[in-house]
Design a protein around this ligand. Structure first.
Ligand SMILES: [Zn+2]
Length: 448
C-alpha cells in the first residue's frame, strides 16, 4: 500500500473503526475456574475480552500465521490504533491521541484521574499478550464499570503508550507523558535498520517534534496501575495467580574493552601471549559468579555481544569488547555490583597484562511501585480469594515512567512456561480473567 492510500485509510479508520479479523490465537485452558466470591457481583466479561484480544492479535500477524510484528507507527500499528479507538468509543469512553501518539479513553470527569493501560506495539515476531493484555483488560474494566452504572469518585482512563518496545526509543510515549523526553534527541532517534523516528511518525500522521508537548500535568493524575503478563516463570512455578510488583529493576549497560597485543598464533609461546579474548572470557565468567553470589539473590547479568579483533584464526586477539548488562531492584546493590565488576575487570586485566576500559552506554534507576497501589492490588486480590506474591519486574515497563509523575504500580499474571517476546507467548484464559477482575477491583479502590 502506498503512503497516499494509507494515511486517508487510517484517518477514516480512526473515525469509522474498521475491524479486520483474520484468524485467532490459541490460549490454553487448564486451570480451574475461580469465580469472584464477593457480595458485589461486578465482574469483567471474559468472552468480550477474549474477542478483543483475538481481534487485536490479527493486526500485524506474520504471513506464517503465528507471530505478530506490530512495531509502533507501522501500518499494522496504526490500523490497530484505529480499531482500539473504535472499541473505546463503543465502550462509552471519550477518546483522544496525544502528540506522542499515546491513545487515551476516559470515563468520567473532574478530579485527578486513575489511569490503567499498557502498549499495543510488539517486538518483531512477538506474541498476543505483551502489552495488549494491559490495554484491553483496562478497556474491559472501564466498560464493565460504565455498563454497571457505577460512578467512581475520580475519572478513569485507559491508555496505550507509544513504542514501549523501542523500535525507535523504548518507552517513548510514557517518557513524553512523564516529561523526560529530550527534544534534542528526537532527530537522532532511529530504528536498527536506520529508519528515522521523524519519518516513521510522519508516515503515521504525527510530527515527532511535537512529542514533548504530550507532557502531563501531574496534578491531573491520581494513580497508575498496569496489568501485564509476567514474562518469566516465577508465578507459574509457585502456582500463584497474581504478582504484586514491588518495583521495576534498574540497569547498567557498559562496553568493557580489553586491549592486549596481537602476535603470531603459531609461534608465540602460550605464556607470552597478552590475549584480550582470554581476559574477556575470564571476566565474563567471574562477573556472572559475582552477581550471583554477591547480588541480592535476584540480580541478573548478561553479555549480549562479544567482538574480537582482529578476528582471524592465526593472530592472537589484541582487542575484545563485551556488551555487559546487569539489572537489580535495590539501587545500592546495583551501584555496588557495578563498582565490584569494575574492580574485577581491572584485576583480570592486570593478571593477563592488559589494559581495560569500561564505557557506560546507558543506565536506569530502579523504580519503586507506590505502596498505596500495591495495597490496593492486594486488597482486590484478597476480595477475589486470590493468592498474591510480591516480586520485582525484571523487564522495563511504562509504569516506571509513570512512577515519576504519580503513584504507580503493576500486577502480573503467570506466563505459560515463562515465555514472552515470541509467537507462542501465552497465558491461561482463567488466569487472564482473574487478572482482569483484580485490575477491576484495584481501579474501583483507587478511584473510590
Ligand atoms: Zn510489555
Amino acid at each position: 500500500m502506498t503512503e497516499r492510500q494509507f494515511i486517508p485509510m487510517i484517518r477514516a479508520a480512526r473515525e469509522g473503526c474498521q475491524e479486520r479479523i483474520r484468524g485467532g490465537f490459541p490460549l490454553q485452558e487448564h486451570w480451574s475456574i475461580l469465580r469472584p466470591a464477593m457480595a458485589d457481583p461486578l465482574a469483567i466479561s471474559l468472552p468480550r475480552l477474549r474477542t478483543h484480544l483475538e481481534a487485536l492479535s490479527r493486526f500485524g500477524r506474520n504471513p506464517d500465521g503465528r507471530g505478530i510484528t506490530r512495531s509502533c507507527w507501522s501500518g499494522a500499528h496504526e490500523e490497530a490504533r484505529a480499531w482500539l479507538l473504535g472499541r473505546m468509543k463503543e465502550a462509552g469512553l471519550s477518546t483522544w491521541v496525544d502528540e506522542a501518539g499515546n491513545t487515551f479513553g476516559r470515563l468520567g470527569n473532574g478530579g485527578p484521574s486513575v489511569i490503567t493501560g499498557s502498549h499495543i506495539d510488539t517486538v518483531p515476531n512477538g506474541g498476543p499478550l505483551d502489552g495488549a493484555l494491559g490495554v484491553l483488560a483496562g478497556l474491559e474494566c472501564l466498560q464493565t464499570i460504565h455498563e454497571s452504572g457505577a460512578r467512581t469518585r475520580l475519572p478513569l482512563m485507559v491508555v496505550a503508550w507509544s513504542d514501549e518496545e523501542g523500535r525507535y526509543a523504548g518507552l517513548f510515549g510514557s517518557s513524553a507523558f512523564a516529561g523526560k523526553l529530550d527534544a534534542k534527541q528526537i532527530p537522532r532517534l532511529r530504528a536498527a535498520d536506520g529508519e528515522r523516528l521523524v519519518d516513521a511518525m510522519a508516515r503515521a500522521g504525527f510530527n515527532a517534534y511535537d512529542a514533548p508537548k504530550a507532557r502531563c500535568n501531574p496534578k491531573t493524575l491520581s494513580a497508575y496501575v498496569e496489568l501485564h503478563i509476567e514474562q518469566g516463570p516465577h508465578l507459574e512455578t509457585a502456582k500463584i495467580p497474581i504478582g504484586v510488583v514491588e518495583g521495576i529493576v534498574g540497569n547498567r549497560r557498559n562496553w568493557v574493552t580489553f586491549r592486549g597485543q596481537s602476535d603470531h598464533a603459531g609461534t608465540t609461546p602460550m605464556a607470552w601471549r597478552r590475549d584480550a579474548f582470554m581476559a574477556a572470557a575470564e571476566y565474563a565468567l567471574r562477573a556472572r559468579r559475582l552477581i550471583i553470589t554477591k547480588g541480592s539473590g535476584r540480580s541478573v547479568t548478561n553479555f549480549g555481544r562479544v567482538e574480537v579483533g582482529p578476528g582471524v584464526s592465526n593472530i592472537v586477539p589484541d582487542r575484545c569488547v563485551l556488551l555487559h548488562e546487569m539489572r537489580e531492584l535495590e539501587p545500592r546493590v546495583l551501584a555496588r555490583l557495578e563498582r565490584q565488576c569494575l574492580a574485577l575487570a581491572r584485576s583480570v586485566a592486570k593478571k593477563w597484562r592488559l589494559k581495560v576500559t569500561v564505557d557506560p552506554i546507558s543506565k536506569s534507576q530502579p523504580a519503586r511501585c507506590a505502596p498505596r497501589v500495591m495495597r490496593c492490588v492486594e486488597a482486590a486480590a484478597a476480595g477475589l480469594k486470590l493468592k498474591v506474591k510480591r516480586m520485582p519486574s525484571g523487564a522495563g515497563h511504562d509504569a516506571q515512567n509513570l512512577a515519576l509523575v504519580t503513584d504507580s504500580g503493576m500486577l502480573f499474571i503467570p506466563s505459560q512456561g515463562g515465555r514472552s517476546h515470541r509467537p507462542d507467548e501465552t497465558s491461561d484464559w482463567r488466569a487472564i480473567e482473574r487478572g482482569a477482575n483484580t485490575l477491576l477491583y484495584t481501579l474501583l479502590e483507587l478511584a473510590g
